[in-house]
Design a protein around this ligand. Structure first.
Ligand code: SD4
Length: 328
């Protein structure tokens, strides 16, 4: 597929009558808007990448009960982590090419505290280990064997994270051992989740098993503060999903939050961060999507390719919203 240049994209948009919609939450089709008063911001609120309704529910139950956004995003992230059917996160996640399931996760709170684990094996809930790194150590990031040792010291259980299904898929993959990251072959179920609690405080979390059949040792954007996730309680928060290398090269989530600080709506900020990638990197066969939530409860998203959705939960319920994208 030919890569569209930014100029072509803008020209196309102008030709279509300025169809590049920049309003916050413009990704929501008109008929879906009726229940959510997002234009004015709705608090508390939780949004997450992809159609993780179960994750939003777990987070919402805590927000509704007056718990902190930190507790909420951790609880939300644990849902796909524990779900063997979700093959991009935690238990049942696709292994690397050596057959090891290696997990990346990070979490960030309203005070700018953060914790992260990378290349963590054998622990079902890396997000909770990341929170322990934040709360129980003087560090931000622990990796590999050190992260595992820390997790075991904290009482986490060592487990086999492969399932029959992931073993079967891996065996099939070994028949060709071909690795070419492409749009959606990884299914991109990584969860990034952001919430604002009843006190108006923001937190975020991100957790993944990374790209399926990645090189041994590969770490993506998801545990990197500023790339996969960033929270600034004065401004807002953003998380990324998709091909982590593109996100890391542009420090994407930090960029989205800084653009919101400068006055962009969440959707405008996500779009500008995607355009930064599209203008400078080869995006022919890869997907990246951002979601963002501003301090006042407005939200938005944008992706390179169509097909990116995110789940939004407020007191009016949960809906899965289709994001606007650079390509159509
Ligand atoms: C990574 N960003 O490891 C992750 C993958 C992902 O949805 O988000 N998939 O690059």
């Amino acid at each position: 597929m030919k890569k569209l240049s930014r100029r072509n994209f803008l020209n196309t948009s102008i030709a279509l009558g300025g169809g590049v919609v920049l309003a916050s939450c413009a990704a929501k089709p008109e008929e879906e808007k009726k229940n959510l008063t997002v234009e004015n911001g709705e608090i508390p609120i939780v949004i997450s990448t992809w159609a993780n309704k179960g994750a939003n529910k777990a987070a919402w139950d805590l927000l509704e009960g007056g718990k902190s956004s930190l507790d909420a995003v951790e609880a939300g992230a644990r849902i796909p982590e524990g779900d063997p059917k979700d093959m991009s996160v935690g238990y049942g996640g696709r292994p690397d090419r050596e057959g090891n399931v290696t997990l990346d996760a990070c979490i960030m709170d309203k005070d700018g505290n953060c914790g992260s684990v990378t290349y963590l094996q054998h622990i079902k809930h890396p997000i909770s280990v990341a929170r322990k790194v934040m709360e129980e150590t003087p560090h931000v990031m622990l990796s590999g064997d050190g992260a595992l040792k820390f997790a075991l010291d904290q009482g986490f259980k060592k487990e086999d994270l492969m399932t029959d299904a992931s073993r079967k898929q891996y065996k099939k993959w070994l028949e060709t051992s071909e690795y070419k990251p492409k749009v959606n072959i990884e299914l991109h179920d990584t969860i990034g989740i952001i919430a604002i609690d009843q006190k108006g405080e923001l937190s975020g979390a991100c957790t993944t098993s990374g790209l399926g059949y990645k090189m041994a040792g590969r770490v993506g954007d998801s545990p990197i503060i500023g790339a996969g996730l960033f929270v600034d309680n004065e401004v807002g928060s953003a998380v990324a999903t998709g091909m982590g290398e593109l996100v890391m090269r542009s420090v994407g989530s930090f960029l989205v939050v800084e653009l919101m600080r400068q006055g962009r709506t969440p959707m405008e900020a996500c779009k500008e961060a995607i355009m930064r990638i599209v203008d400078r990197q080869d995006t022919t066969e890869v997907q990246v999507g951002y979601i963002a939530l501003s301090k006042d409860g407005t939200y938005g998203a944008y992706s390179i390719k169509p097909g990116f959705v995110y789940a939004v939960t407020t007191k009016d319920g949960t809906e899965v919203v289709k994001a606007e994208s650079y390509e159509s």
